[in-house]
Design a protein around this ligand. Structure first.
Ligand SMILES: Cc1cc2nc3c(=O)[nH]c(=O)nc-3n(C[C@H](O)[C@H](O)[C@H](O)COP(=O)(O)O)c2cc1C
Length: 319
């Protein structure tokens, strides 16, 4: 089975990908958080940096696009082809209210005819392979069979199914049973996504769906950066490596953002998941969430690595 790092806006940017790959190599692909191609035909400065080849050396990266306008998808796909990418991923899963209100992300699933028109145009002209990351529907799983019929009419390079509907957001549990249909009937190779957060639940997933060609992991892999290695039978991350990984992330964000305070904010997003790896972290975590002082932040992080026992059973989600 192949393993992919899920796109996570606000977390898995090029800084994160590079450092994750350096300390915990072995993932087959990293998907970028979504880029929104605008109608003026260019990416904004920060976003373009995320896909620049020089920021992604040695990584297998698939850029993701969020748009409902075929012409915007196509100029962006051409720009990405010019940068050397051979595949782009289309986001049909984002559940955010503002995105869905504009008919983008999972909002595109509510208009199957519009989706077909979009596919007709992009597949006629795309200069690169197009993969799709989708949810099961807007409101109910019953929407998925007819969406799959649409997907099956186009040469989609890979279909990643996040087994939730939009109304589930990230809160309701993943609908594991719903993976049976795409696994059996998708013409495109499928990739499973949703709630693979511990080695134990991965193992349960694999016994249920042993023929799955690829799995995409997000929150669990931010929580435990060695999760895929453990799933593959390798060792857990040790304390010293985790500390070095953290310190290099923080220092790199200080450089990337030119601001220790902004770096601190980014680290808090990561800690939201990563803290699960440490036992008895409640008190320090509370302080960590509140602090805006870089000195205090460094001291709290040092305490986590110095004092708190690592969970032996792996990261347990609390989000
Ligand atoms: C903070 C956050 C940001 C996300 N950003 C994106 C994104 O940019 N593009 C996307 O397709 N999915 C995005 N997702 C969804 C994840 O890629 C993934 O589908 C979801 O977290 C379920 O997988 P998991 O249970 O392994 O985390 C995001 C999820 C979270 C929690």
């Amino acid at each position: 089975m192949k393993f992919y790092f899920a796109p996570m806006e606000g977390v898995t940017d090029y800084t994160f990908r590079n450092i994750h790959h350096k300390y915990f190599p072995g993932l087959d692909r990293y998907f970028t958080p979504f880029l929104s191609p605008t109608q003026d035909g260019r990416f904004t400065g920060k976003k373009v940096k995320d896909v620049r080849p020089e920021e992604n050396r040695g990584l297998n990266v698939v850029p993701q696009l969020l748009t409902k306008r075929p012409e915007d998808f196509l100029w962006a796909a051409r720009a990405l082809a010019d940068l050397g990418y051979r595949e782009v991923n289309l986001n049909l899963g984002c559940p955010s209210g503002t995105v869905v209100a504009k008919g983008k992300g999972s909002g595109m699933l509510a208009d199957p005819e519009g989706l077909e028109r979009f596919f007709d145009e992009i597949f006629a002209k795309t200069p690169v392979a197009v993969s799709v990351k989708t949810r099961l529907g807007m409101r109910e799983e019953g929407e998925f069979p007819s969406l799959l019929e649409i997907f099956n009419r186009y040469p989609i390079a890979e279909l990643t199914v996040h087994v939730r509907v939009r109304e589930d957001f990230y809160r309701l549990p993943a609908r594991l049973d719903a993976f049976t249909l795409p696994l059996a009937q998708s013409k495109a190779p499928v990739c499973y996504n949703g709630d693979l957060t511990t080695a134990a639940n991965f193992s349960a997933f694999q016994s249920r769906f042993p023929d799955t060609p690829a799995a995409m992991l997000g929150r669990g892999l931010v929580a435990d950066p060695a999760l895929v290695r453990r799933i593959q039978g390798g060792p857990s991350a040790d304390r010293e490596t985790l500390k070095q990984y953290h310190d290099e992330l923080y220092e790199s964000y200080c450089v990337a953002f030119q601001s220790e305070r902004n770096a601190l904010c980014r680290m808090k997003e990561i800690w939201f998941y990563h803290i699960c790896l440490f036992e008895g972290a409640e008190k320090i975590e509370k302080k960590l969430r509140k602090t805006t002082d870089p000195g205090e932040y460094r001291a709290l992080a040092a305490r986590i690595f110095g004092e708190l026992p690592l969970r032996t059973e792996g990261a347990l989600p609390k989000w």
